[in-house]
Design a protein around this ligand. Structure first.
Ligand code: CO
Length: 237
């Protein structure tokens, strides 16, 4: 491989640290990686000790009844938060759990979950202390992600009459986390995927949750939807 590497781009002068520190950082990074591999081995052993057929059953196929659309934040894993196991929750995650009308990734997951897996519940799960939401409340540029966070700025604009009255920054961010979930639930309801499914099924519901990472508990925002009735005249199709 070395013959195809541009020598100038690998010049050590590009990273201005001592050889000792470089070695220390490499070792630390290596340990993190090794822990993942060891963690996987422990997971397999633990699972097989509980049920020798565990992986044979998983390999046979999945029939989850829940689609989770959550934040990519490492502190809000769908299975752990809901006490479910592999095979029980179909998962899509992105920064600040946004459901964008033209996001082919989200739409593909939604279509597959609703029309092939026939999930019964779609849960949009935000969380307090969401870095994406907090960043969207500010005026600082972060790079490429600004284009994604702008969807949350749109949520702020829609609800600025309420949000601007909250003087405490943390409380205002928490409320925007909730309102963002509400708007993303609404965005899902607007899709033809959900509206068409509701014409054919009675057992499909969309929910909005916020996870309090300080307590572990979820808060149901009571915005569950199971029909197009309240979508308004331009969104109902
Ligand atoms: Co987040």
């Amino acid at each position: 491989m070395s013959n195809i590497v541009d020598k100038e781009s690998t010049s050590p002068s590009a990273i201005n640290i001592s050889p000792e520190l470089a070695e220390e950082l490499k070792e630390k990074s290596k340990r993190t990686y090794q822990q993942l591999v060891a963690g996987n081995k422990a997971f397999v052993e633990r699972s097989l000790a509980e049920d020798p057929e565990y992986f044979n059953k998983l390999a046979a196929g999945q029939s989850p009844e829940v689609l989770w659309i959550g934040c990519a934040d490492s502190r809000v894993p769908a299975n752990e938060v809901t006490g479910t196991k592999p095979g029980e929750v179909f998962v899509h995650r992105n920064i600040a759990n946004v459901c964008v009308h033209s996001d082919m990734n989200m739409l593909s997951v939604l279509d597959y979950a609703v029309n092939v897996l026939k999930v019964k519940h779609v849960i949009v799960a935000g969380h307090y202390g969401c870095g994406g939401v907090i960043a969207a409340m500010g005026n600082k540029q972060f790079g490429l992600i600004d284009n994604w966070l702008r969807h949350i700025k749109d949520v702020y604009r829609l609800h600025s009459h309420e949000l601007d009255l909250i003087t405490d920054d943390k409380q205002r961010a928490n409320r925007l986390v909730e309102l963002n979930v509400v708007e993303q639930v609404f965005n899902l309801c607007k899709t033809t995927i959900i509206q068409n499914a509701w014409k054919e099924r009675v057992d499909l519901e969309i929910h909005g949750w916020v996870i309090d990472i300080g307590t572990g508990f979820i808060k149901d925002l009571q915005v569950s939807c199971n029909s197009s009735v309240n979508l308004g005249k331009v969104f109902a199709l």
